[in-house]
Ligand binder design. Structure first.
Ligand SMILES: [Zn+2]
Length: 126
């Protein structure tokens, strides 16, 4: 699917949130995510580190949206900080989480491509 103007704003929002919180030395906050709920509201997150893995930025963004009462999601994107602005396709765990929360969720995987989460997760665990 081609990206809409709202999608481009979502990429910019994800890039801005990691730009504001980027820390590659102490906490390894290196990825920002933005998710747009079906009602149009946007929620953001940055990845959080821990001794084993921590949480991806997408988990934090979706968790923030869920905490605010959202249950239906339209589109999500993750952006690498540190001046690259590179769009990152989600890891396997995030793909599964996105699928479980909203099977119709779209994922921006590059500057000009977004796909339904099922295209990224051919055989989901249910
Ligand atoms: Zn992930």
């Amino acid at each position: 699917m081609p990206l809409s103007q709202e999608d481009k704003q979502l990429i910019e929002t994800a890039g801005n949130i990691i730009g504001e919180n980027y820390d590659s030395v102490n906490w390894l906050h290196t990825v920002g995510a933005a998710v747009r709920a079906r009602n149009g509201k946007v929620y953001v997150g940055v990845n959080c580190d821990s001794v084993s893995h921590g949480a991806c930025a997408e988990v934090i963004a979706i968790g923030s949206a869920i905490t605010a009462g959202e249950r239906e999601f339209d589109t999500i994107v993750a952006v690498l900080g540190g001046k690259t602005g590179k769009i990152l396709p989600p890891c396997g765990n995030c793909r599964q989480m996105m699928y479980l929360y909203d099977k119709n969720m779209n994922v921006i995987v590059s500057e000009n491509t977004k796909v339904n989460v099922l295209e990224l997760l051919k055989y989901p665990c249910e």
